[in-house]
Write a protein of this length. Structure first.
Length: 116
């Protein structure tokens, strides 16, 4: 048998870690998943459990698998995580980010050329 309280704490910590890695505040994530900020805070602290539907909304918003939250496994590479997050933004914002990346890569290439 498992300790329900310890399980809630572990799940809450994983949600908090994934939220921070995704760059969201509790308020922002709560709005995205249609949950009150105090309830999200209680979930992250492990004070309460989480419903299946709320877990799925959190995983979708944070671009993580349910295994990442429930079991602590992370099957997605860092770059895949970035790509998944980019898929959730508007095409206009994606275009802006592409321009930033292209400019950054050009600067890196120039810097590497000047060193050689």
């Amino acid at each position: 048998m498992y300790d329900k309280h310890a399980l809630n704490i572990a799940i809450g910590e994983r949600i908090k870690h994934a939220r921070i890695a995704a760059g969201y505040t509790q308020q922002q994530l709560a709005e995205l998943i249609d949950m009150s900020p105090p309830n999200l805070s209680a979930v992250e602290r492990g004070a309460v459990g989480i419903s299946h539907s709320a877990l799925l909304r959190i995983c979708e918003a944070l671009c993580v698998t349910t295994d990442t939250i429930l079991r602590g496994t992370n099957e997605i590479s860092d770059i895949s995580h970035v790509v998944m997050r980019l898929g959730n933004i508007s095409s206009e914002n994606r275009r802006i980010i592409e321009e930033i990346i292209n400019s950054s890569l050009k600067l890196i290439a120039v810097n590497n050329t000047s060193r050689n």
